[in-house]
Design a protein around this ligand. Structure first.
Ligand code: G6Q
Length: 564
């Protein structure tokens, strides 16, 4: 397939007319919402005893139950109409074809190419990106096998035992989440650490018990210009050279993952030890690119390829399944419905699987960095809510803390529960206890507990209002056989594409991140002002001036007697 990159104007304009709020399906959904607001999930389940069966879909190893949402067949058919009218499928196809759908950066968005099988081709701007991807995968495979097999030796000839990924944001959250998620499949005699925060404590604690002779640093940075990562990478180099007493040791102990060979070389890493990726891979969509090198070393190339196959299976499903059967489309539309129409500001993601304990943090970036936008693709202020806040914790820990608010607070939090039929560590009856909690929580959220039920249970009359659970709180349940590399890939791709669908509905650019870029610039201007020999005349607002002055005074005198 040969694709001419479309001009920004070509992409940004045609599908924004009429604007979202004037779309007939959107208007119809608003009217429908007014009816649905007076309905209760209890009634909807009573009216249709097959509801729990009708509103579930199975695909790519996942069972997706969305019956406990405040929806009917009419809602679903309006969703389908909205998807049709907004040409969501055409936009999806444009992404898969490598068109420049990241309009504000004028880039293709091709994480789907990272998991295409080797026999595919996808020419973008005259280059077969699938061939590029597989070339790097093969280099990663060779390297991962060398580290795992003990052939890659450190400067003093010892095999590598510790792998430290240094990166931040998209160059950290994917690797750490995937390592934790797939730890069961990892090579246990290797130790993995992840350093992201520029707070020195992160680095110091990560390496304090490591032997430099056996430690490999993977410096992961798409731009190789991120201050936090370069600061940590520089400290890593100092640490290594100090322990091994030789500058040339860097060659055996540092590899880079980046799109920027020049900067990698300038840092002092041989580009022969650089694993490449491309500007068409967004940071938060990069865990299966070379950014996943630590993952491949941990779980081995075979499992890594399995993970890619899981991603790809969901890509194929997203690309070909009709709306009514399409998991990412349904998940995305339900998120829009809950957020824009029912007014629920957040989504809780609760994996009932300990290995997925970093999944909420990962999804937080994926969803909020992608869809936390206030203008349309053509730059107009949106007149509706975009990206909801995603947050979460693994079950059942959350149940003993914030679930109180989820059950009885004044804010409704739609929840995605994620669970598995089998534990990777079966032990007595732990797993059934764990899973009974998903089913019970989703049930309690939907159906609540009425005054009558409480009284019939003999509740003290004074406690009835306190114990009352109104219910009618939506949730999805995602169930699979067991956590595996393949399943993880499919699960992540499900959320990626659901985020994409939401972004298309809101007509925003889900693939830029100007808010994050701003943070990168702001701190840089202040850094020189924090040192004692910096000029004392500060030109910020009065609060920032006072804070900097007080900080300097505390730092220099050990007490806060600054003269402001
Ligand atoms: C992700 C973001 C952001 C990025 C980090 C690290 O989509 O762009 O989280 O991944 O800022 O950037 P580098 O990989 O360039 O160091």
């Amino acid at each position: 397939m040969n694709v001419r990159p479309r001009l920004i104007e070509e992409i940004a304009t045609p599908m924004t007319t009429p604007p979202l709020l004037e779309q007939p399906a959107w208007i119809a959904l608003a009217a429908h919402r007014d009816n649905m607001k007076s309905r209760h999930l209890r009634e909807l389940f009573d009216e249709d005893p097959t509801r729990g069966l009708r509103y579930h879909r199975r695909a790519v190893g996942l069972y997706f139950d969305f019956s406990k949402n405040l929806i009917t067949d009419e809602t679903l058919s309006l969703f389908a109409q909205l998807v049709r009218d907004l040409k969501v499928e055409q936009r999806r196809d444009a992404m898969f074809a490598g068109e420049h759908i990241n309009v504000s950066e004028d880039r293709a968005v091709l994480h789907v190419a990272l998991r295409m099988p080797k026999d595919r081709t996808l020419d973008v701007d005259g280059v077969d990106v699938v061939a590029q991807v597989h070339h790097v995968l093969e280099r990663m495979t060779t390297f991962a096998n060398q580290v795992r097999g003990g052939q890659w030796r450190g400067h003093t000839g010892k095999p590598i035992k510790n792998v430290v990924n240094v990166g931040i944001g998209g160059s950290d959250l994917g690797p750490v989440m995937a390592y934790e998620a797939l730890r069961h499949f990892s090579m246990r005699d290797l130790t993995f650490r992840f350093v992201s925060n520029v707070d020195a404590t992160d680095f110091v604690e990560a390496v304090r018990d490591l032997d430099a002779e056996e430690t490999l640093f993977i410096i992961s940075s798409k731009t190789f210009g991120t201050l936090e990562t370069l600061t940590n990478a520089t400290s890593a180099r100092h640490w290594l050279v100090e322990h091994l007493g030789d500058d040339t040791a860097v060659a055996q102990h540092f590899v880079a993952v980046s799109t920027n060979a020049e900067k990698v070389a300038a840092f002092g890493i041989d580009v022969a030890n650089m694993f490449e990726f491309w500007d068409w891979v967004g940071g938060r969509y990069s865990m299966e690119s070379a950014i996943g090198l630590s993952t491949m070393i941990a779980i081995g190339p075979e499992n890594f390829y399995e993970m890619l196959a899981g991603f790809h299976a969901m890509d194929e499903h997203f690309k070909s399944a009709p709306f009514e059967e399409n998991l990412p489309m349904l998940l995305g539309l339900l998120a829009v419905w809950n957020h824009d129409f029912l007014g629920f500001p957040t989504v809780g993601v609760m994996p009932y699987e300990q290995y997925l304990h970093r999944l909420p943090a990962y999804l937080q970036q994926l969803t909020m960095e992608s869809n936390g936008k206030h203008v349309t693709r053509s730059g107009e202020r949106v007149a509706y809510e975009t990206g909801p806040i995603y947050w979460g914790e693994p079950g059942t820990n959350g149940q003993h803390s914030f679930y109180q608010l989820i059950h009885q607070g004044t804010t409704t939090v739609p929840v995605d529960f994620i669970g598995f039929a089998n534990s990777l560590n079966p032990l007595d009856d732990h797993h059934d206890i764990l899973m009974s909690n998903i089913f019970a929580q989703a049930q309690a959220l939907a159906f609540g507990k009425t005054e009558e039920e409480l009284r019939s249970e003999g509740a003290d009359e004074r406690t009835v209002p306190h114990r009352l659970m109104e219910g009618n709180r939506p949730s999805n349940v995602i169930l699979a056989t067991e956590l595996s590399p393949r399943l993880l890939g499919s699960l992540i791709a499900l959320y990626e594409h659901s985020v994409f669908v939401q972004g298309v509905i809101w007509d925003i650019d889900s693939f830029d991140q100007w808010g994050v870029e701003l943070g990168k610039q702001l701190a840089v201007t202040i850094i020189p002002e924090l040192t004692s020999d910096a000029p004392t005349k500060l030109a910020h607002d009065s609060s920032t001036n006072a804070l900097i002055t007080y900080y300097r005074s505390l730092k220099e005198n050990g007490r806060g007697d600054g003269d402001f």
